[in-house]
Design a protein around this ligand. Structure first.
Ligand code: GLN
Length: 456
């Protein structure tokens, strides 16, 4: 893996050319959907001429293909947007470019970020960086793999229910999902607007902090953004940390529990206090998530009608045009979520499902708030298992959803959470541990992880 500092103060053209060569050398992983070589080289030359400067001048990166970018397509890994060329760039991309960073390509994902393995991509799955027979995780699977393979020092992802943290864990990289509202969602293909967050995957916590610092801040184009609070920091004092006991039951892979316990021992050796705590509503988190999120998806995907964006089906009547464009353009998982979402929002079922889920969501938020009265940080595994085999869960959506149980709670509560590499199982598959913080304690999480980071 590479570090941002390796790319600073050297030839930007060389940085970009080498990253593109590495991308080609690793094509068998299918981590990338496209390269934006022409635009990247133009920007690199401008950096080398001194026309573009900044804290990330000449540093190449890759964005998940649901960020609108110039110089190529933005597909969200879907057929409906297969040839879509964005007229503008996401605020996050604009901010990175303003500091001189160079986007060299777009990473694979589950179509519209619906999934946890990158197997729902319309263009085929991404393979795990450590074992090509296993999934990359998802939905930001491509972003995790390009960092793990050392193609670029950092990549952008989105996390709605775990899509940065889980692939980070599966590939052995750092993944940061910030407090809801930290980074503008403007120009990023919407999944579920109340939990969508923009974050970063990197090889180490310092680089993650640097990139988050650049991307964060108020944006008038996204009214949910918070005034800039993210400043990379150094850990001061000892912390009180709660281990979520419901995330360490016998259902969880023993190797995942072992690695989590070893991480906790490291926290203790560094002088922090770790105690078991109960997040009793964890057992309802998936039920809440898989009602609220499809509801928002069904609304957000309404705009893809074959007229305003992307692919248009051959049809002789308007209703057929809508129906066929959506039928051809969406994947099975997208359709499943649109149908679940429409169902839970329909007049007969709204109170029983959607409203009820939102009420239990509030109880979950309250339970987190209570825990944070006595604890600074919570710790839990990222996922119940290491990376599973390609195809293992594809015919069983419920099994796939169950893998999200540990990441969705922080998403529903809008809390910052990071996934840090913590160890490996016997087969050498990476296993990450998750740190969850209070709202706006994003930088603290990274600083805490840094104190026990290997090679820090
Ligand atoms: N795996 C989760 C899902 O399928 C999370 C996806 C995400 O965060 N984009 O919804």
């Amino acid at each position: 893996m590479s570090k941002i500092s390796d790319f600073i103060g050297v030839s930007a053209r060389k940085n970009v050319e080498e990253a593109i060569a590495k991308a080609h050398a690793h094509e068998s992983f299918h981590a990338l959907l496209s390269l934006t070589e022409t635009r990247a080289l133009e920007r690199a030359d401008a950096v080398d001429r001194g026309e573009i400067t900044g804290s990330l001048a000449g540093v190449p990166f890759i964005a998940k293909d649901n960020f609108l970018t110039l110089g190529g397509t933005t597909t969200a890994a879907s057929k409906i947007l297969e040839n879509f060329e964005a007229p503008l760039q996401a605020t996050a991309i604009e901010k990175l470019e303003a500091e001189g960073a160079i986007c060299i390509g777009k990473a694979n994902l589950d179509a519209f970020a619906h999934g946890g393995s990158t197997e729902n991509s319309a263009f085929g799955p991404t393979k795990n960086a450590v074992d090509q027979e296993r999934v990359a995780g998802g939905s930001s699977g491509g972003s995790a793999v390009v960092v793990a393979l050392g193609i670029v020092p950092f990549a952008l992802g989105t996390d709605t229910g775990g899509s940065i943290r889980q692939p980070a864990s599966f590939n052995g990289v750092v993944g940061m999902k910030p407090t809801y509202g930290t980074v503008s969602r403007y120009g990023v293909v919407a999944m579920a607007s109340s939990t969508d967050t923009i974050g970063v995957l990197a090889s180490n916590t310092d680089d993650a902090a640097l990139v988050m610092g650049v991307m964060s801040g108020k944006d008038t184009k996204d009214m949910t953004t918070l005034p800039d609070f993210f400043t990379p920091t150094i850990l001061e004092g000892k912390k009180k940390i709660g281990l979520i006991k419901e995330a360490m039951t016998d259902d969880v892979d023993p190797e995942v529990r072992r690695v989590t316990n070893e991480y906790i021992e490291k926290l203790r050796s560094a002088g922090h206090e770790v105690e078991e705590v109960s997040l009793s509503l964890l057992k309802y988190a998936l039920a809440i998530y898989y009602i609220v999120v499809p509801a928002e998806i069904s609304s957000n995907l309404g705009r893809y009608d074959g007229i305003r964006y992307g692919r248009r089906a051959d049809a002789s009547r308007l209703s057929e045009l809508y129906g066929s464009s959506r039928d051809e353009g969406f994947m099975t998982e997208n359709k499943r979520r649109i149908m679940i979402g429409s169902y839970v929002l329909s007049s007969g079922f709204f109170d029983a499902y959607y409203l009820q889920a939102q009420k239990v969501r509030t109880l979950l938020i309250n339970e987190f708030n209570e825990l944070f009265q006595s604890f600074d940080v919570l710790v839990a595994p990222v996922a119940p298992t290491p990376a599973f085999k390609l195809g293992e869960n594809t015919n069983d959506p419920i099994k796939m959803y169950l893998a999200d149980v540990m990441t969705v709670p922080a998403s529903l509560a809008g809390l910052p959470a990071i996934s840090v590499p913590a160890g490996k199982n016997e087969q050498g598959l990476p296993i990450g541990v998750q740190l969850i913080g209070k709202r706006r304690d994003d930088a603290l999480l990274l600083a805490l992880a840094k104190t026990i980071e290997e090679n820090a």
